[in-house]
Design a protein around this ligand. Structure first.
Ligand code: XMP
Length: 427
């Protein structure tokens, strides 16, 4: 859009570029200093700049894209068509460094400890003498948000943990145990399983599921918060990728990929003001912050789990039977991955329930049962991801254990798609 304003002609290109693309560098003087002549970059676009005004010169090109990077001759403006910020552009960090230190002349004295201090001050300034509630999900984001806010305002923070019936096996027990041990904050546990599952009965559309869960979550919160006196703020562990995938950087409309329920128009109905201290951070930075705040490793390194939980990992209708099958299959998968020592190397691993009946043989009997799909991805930013090449022995033990131990499943498949064009979750 920036290049369009400055006179470029933007066209929907015939050969859309998605994924790893070879990029040839024409100019090594600034943005691409110290890089090879040809680099791999991650592309994800349908439109591109075909012609630019004479004020611009192309710094790099790909087979389909004449302006993979461009510079304004006078104004020190730079633009790239690819994604330097994702891990799948291996030289992305160097490109960013060149931009920040060579072009913008930044000094690079940023540290997590000073960012924490600044954020704590921001929270104190925003909250004043008011009270805050924070929803703990068991995941790293809400835990770090809570720890940070606790550091800022102490016992004016109350934490609420909602069991929505869509959690993984033994999750609520684990969360309560962990937070009672690790946090000295006021923790309220709400078992709202029946409320959520009742509302979700018969619903198959993923966005509908998200909306219902989002609204219900807010309602449960309201009910619980009403029991606590004088709460003005609601804290959320919203991260930067949640914001850019759900709303444009300028607050305008964008092609929404998935409506992450903790971002968007909902907070206005809450009656609370929001505190979102992690909204400038990526996941790896949140983990770094958690570590500096002294949170235990099992919280910091736990794979992320989406707010709508197992609801978006059961394709189609959510039933108690399906939830039980999925919980068990997921637990087996994670257990086997941990036993193989691979959990820490994987960004996110989980099972998905497919409501597809396929034929199998069990003993002498013909079976006609459901499919479980396994998904394991590697990524640091969750905006792009590759599927993990899990060793065959690990896949074999997961598959045979699921088929032998989980009633109602006679087939296990492994998802070998990357993001984009697929997403990490199936719904
Ligand atoms: P996708 O599927 O969009 O997932 O590639 C990217 C990351 O976001 C998580 N995710 C969600 N988290 N509410 C959440 O809080 C949601 O509705 C939601 N959908 C996806 C997903 O688990 C992955 O980590």
């Amino acid at each position: 859009m920036g290049s369009q304003i400055l006179g470029a002609e933007i066209k929907s290109s015939e050969n859309r570029e998605y994924g790893k693309t070879k990029c040839t560098i024409k100019d090594h003087s600034s943005l691409f200093a110290s890089l090879d002549k040809t680099i791999n970059v991650w592309m994800s676009h349908g439109d591109q700049a075909m012609e630019m005004s004479d004020d611009f010169q192309s710094l790099a090109y790909t087979e389909n894209c004449p302006y993979a990077a461009a510079r304004h001759n006078e104004k020190n403006f730079y633009g790239v068509q690819f994604h330097p910020e994702v891990t799948h552009t291996p030289d992305g960090k160097q490109i960013m460094k060149n931009f920040l230190f060579k072009i913008c002349e930044c000094s690079g004295d940023w540290e997590m400890s000073s960012y924490i201090k600044r954020t704590i001050k921001d929270i104190q300034k925003q909250v004043g003498n008011e009270r805050v509630i924070c929803g703990l999900s068991g995941g790293v984001d809400s835990a770090v948000a809570a720890a940070l806010i606790y550091n800022a305002i102490g016992n004016r923070l109350s934490c609420i943990f909602v069991d929505n019936g869509l959690l993984r096996m033994n999750e609520s027990e684990r969360v309560i145990e962990t937070f009672k041990k690790n946090f000295k904050v006021d923790l309220h546990f709400v078992n709202a399983s029946d409320r959520f599952l009742g509302k979700l009965s018969g619903v198959i559309d993923p966005e509908q599921k998200r909306k219902i869960i989002g609204h219900e979550f807010i309602d449960v919160f309201k009910d619980e918060a009403n029991k606590l006196a004088d709460i003005k703020y609601l804290a959320q562990g919203t991260l930067y990728p949640d914001i850019i995938e759900s709303v444009s950087a300028h607050g305008g409309p964008t092609a929404t990929i998935k409506s992450h329920h903790n971002v968007g128009a909902l907070p206005a109905e809450l009656g609370f003001e929001l505190v979102e201290p992690l909204k400038e951070l990526f996941k790896d930075e949140v983990r770094k912050m958690g570590s500096e705040l002294g949170l235990p490793d099992d919280i910091i390194w736990r794979h992320p789990f989406p707010g709508p939980g197992l609801a978006i990992r059961i394709i189609g209708e959510i039933t108690q039977d399906r939830l039980e099958i999925l919980r068990y299959a997921d637990e087996i998968m994670i257990h086997e991955i941990k036993s193989a020592g691979l959990y820490g190397e994987i960004a996110q691993a989980f099972a998905v329930f497919l409501p597809v009946s396929t034929v199998g043989v069990m003993g002498d009997e013909r079976s006609y049962e459901n499919v479980i799909a396994l998904r394991a991805v590697e990524t640091t930013d969750f905006m792009t991801a590759d599927w993990v090449k899990l060793p065959y022995e690990v896949l074999a033990s997961i598959s045979s254990r699921i088929i032998n131990e989980v009633r109602g499943v006679n087939r296990v498949v492994y998802d070998i798609s990357s993001k984009p064009p697929s997403t990490i979750e199936w719904e």
